[in-house]
Design a protein around this ligand. Structure first.
Ligand code: NDP
Ligand code: BG6
Length: 500
């Protein structure tokens, strides 16, 4: 690797460098430490950072929830949060920095006790409270208690002699109005600079890679517009249903659960203009700008589906879940055509598609180019650039080549950058580990700003309200299928997409 390349790689990796060198004493409080997210994501991500030496040297983690248990009992419980492959010694060392405080979410005395626990710990560790310290409050909690807990933190825990950071999990409201109310309530308590709204898709390797691909390579930016691109599809497919989460899901549906946040975030990074710099505000300004140019979704540009059980009865339908009302019309599948009304994209249809209980696990961005305008090789298939976010990180370009050998025919092939093959020694971190590291570094680039959120809800709210007031029924599709009947024709008819 050339020296120049090494230098630029090192500067791009500055987030990691900073974390390793960050010695600011830090306390991380995880609210909802007994819950599902804490178990599946928050604590494993913190453990990952700890075992890689990426947490500050003087760090303490406090779990908080209503469930009564001692720190020792919490340690026992938390041991099951980590992969069986994790080194037992590392887990033991990690648990030494974890304590647990039990308390309600609306009782002043309980939050005062939490503040005392933090103060006691800082005193015991001889942490100088006149010097820089960071307190992170991670709300791994149901949204119904976000504002109460934020108010309690502000009233009884917040320490204005240190840097305070509040992490909030989605959903951020359920429509434009409720999201604005949530933002207003939170902003009455915390500055926007203190708030980190997590959309974990922004921490995924291939989503973070989009900016580098687009703005560090001369050839992508040159064709990244309506003159060369015919249509773009952003697809999210899961091969399992809402099993066990039906209660939550029925209130939200697939549009709110996945599209209004994860997919629209990905879309705006693909669509945005180049930011002035990589600073968080410059990046978020550009994202907000492109979001503001997306026209509100129309019902006629939307296909809705809900899965039913398999014919052989081996897989249940959505409404077989006991927590789902028998007459539910909540969509578990949706695909929508969007339009970005600016000079770069006018006339290019964008399809976002998301579904539960489909035929495979896949998240990808498919950019289909226009027909090749030459007469030398008529009727060529179209080029496509595909960025696969999961399950296997990859970027490939469908490229036409001469068939190898004596033949003079053409064939479709691929310029293939599959990460596992090219970077076999690199372990790609979980999105949550990346994002928590960003919070520790005070980097907002991969978090959603309140004006971005507002624009995202503006695009979806009229459609969501129309679906609800007109009781629009979703089309049935079988668990494990590709979606409702006509799923591909819908896209081809509206976008001119041609199969390659
Ligand atoms: P849980 O339902 O597991 O709740 C977390 C904890 O909050 C529980 O352990 C419980 O702790 C407490 N709690 C539960 N219900 C209530 C209630 N009604 N009032 C007060 N406290 C309650 O939630 P998750 O961990 O699944 O999710 C937390 C947040 O993360 C949510 O905003 C969710 O949308 C988001 N999220 C979750 C994902 C996941 O995979 N689970 C993925 C992406 C986002 P105790 O009773 O001990 O206080
Ligand atoms: C969550 C949704 O935000 O994202 C889930 O609530 C969905 O319904 C999940 O399964 C998908 O995340 P990932 O990282 O597994 O693609």
């Amino acid at each position: 690797m050339s020296k120049a390349t090494q230098t630029s790689f090192a500067s791009l990796a500055s987030g990691i460098d900073r974390a390793a060198k960050n010695n600011v004493p830090t306390t991380i409080v995880v609210f909802g430490a007994s819950g599902d997210l804490a178990k599946k994501k928050t604590f494993p991500a913190l453990f990952h950072l700890f075992s890689q030496g990426l947490l500050p040297k003087r760090v303490s983690i406090v779990g908080y929830a209503r469930t009564q248990m001692s720190s020792e009992e919490f340690h026992k419980r938390a041991t099951s949060y980590f992969s069986p492959d994790a080194s037992k010694d590392s887990v033991k060392e990690f648990l030494k920095i974890c304590t647990y405080v039990s308390g309600k979410y609306d009782v002043d005395a309980d939050f005062k006790a939490l503040r005392s626990a933090i103060d006691d710990h800082e005193r015991a560790e001889n942490i100088d409270t006149d010097s820089e310290r960071i307190h992170v409050y991670y709300m791994a909690l149901p949204p119904s208690v976000f504002v109460d807990v934020a108010a309690q933190i502000k009233r009884n825990v917040y320490d204005d002699t240190c840097t305070n950071r509040l992490i909030i999990e989605k959903p951020f409201g359920h429509d434009l109005e409720s999201s604005r109310k949530l933002s207003k309530d939170i902003s009455a308590l915390f500055d926007e600079a203190e708030v980190f709204r997590i959309d974990h898709y922004l921490g995924k390797e291939m989503v973070k890679n989009i900016l580098s691909l687009r703005f560090a390579n001369v050839f992508y930016e040159a064709v990244w517009n309506r003159h060369y691109i015919s249509n773009i599809q952003i697809t999210f497919k899961e091969p399992f249903g809402t099993e066990g989460r039906g209660g939550y899901f029925d209130e939200f549906g697939i549009i709110r659960d996945v599209m209004q946040n994860h997919l629209i975030q990905v879309l705006c990074i693909v669509a945005m203009n180049q930011p002035q710099s990589l600073s968080a505000e410059d990046v978020r300004d550009r994202k907000t700008e492109v979001l503001s140019r997306i026209l509100p979704l129309q019902l006629e540009d939307t296909m809705l589906g809900q899965y039913v059980g398999t014919k052989d009865g081996s897989k249940p339908g959505y409404k077989d879940d006991k927590t789902v009302p028998k007459d539910s019309i909540t969509p578990t599948f949706a695909q929508c055509v969007l339009h970005v009304d600016n000079d770069r994209w006018r006339g290019v249809p964008w399809v976002i598609k998301a579904g539960k209980a489909l035929d495979e696990a896949k998240m990808l961005i498919r950019i289909q180019f226009k027909d090749m305008p030459n007469a030398l090789f008529p009727k060529l298939a179209r080029n496509e650039l595909v960025i696969q976010v999961s399950p296997k990180e990859a970027v490939y370009i469908k490229t036409i080549v001469k068939e190898p050998g004596l033949s003079t025919s053409l064939a479709m092939s691929e310029l293939d950058l599959t990460y596992k093959t090219r970077y076999h020694d690199v372990k790609i971190p979980d999105a949550y580990a990346t994002l928590i590291l960003d919070v520790l570094n005070g980097d907002h680039s991969n978090f959603v700003r309140s004006d971005e959120l507002d624009e995202a809800w503006r695009i979806f709210t009229p459609l969501l309200h129309q679906i609800e007031t007109e009781h629009v029924k979703p089309l049935p599709y079988e668990y494990g299928s590709k979606g409702p009947e006509g799923v591909y024709q819908f896209v081809e008819n509206r976008t001119g997409y041609k199969r390659t």
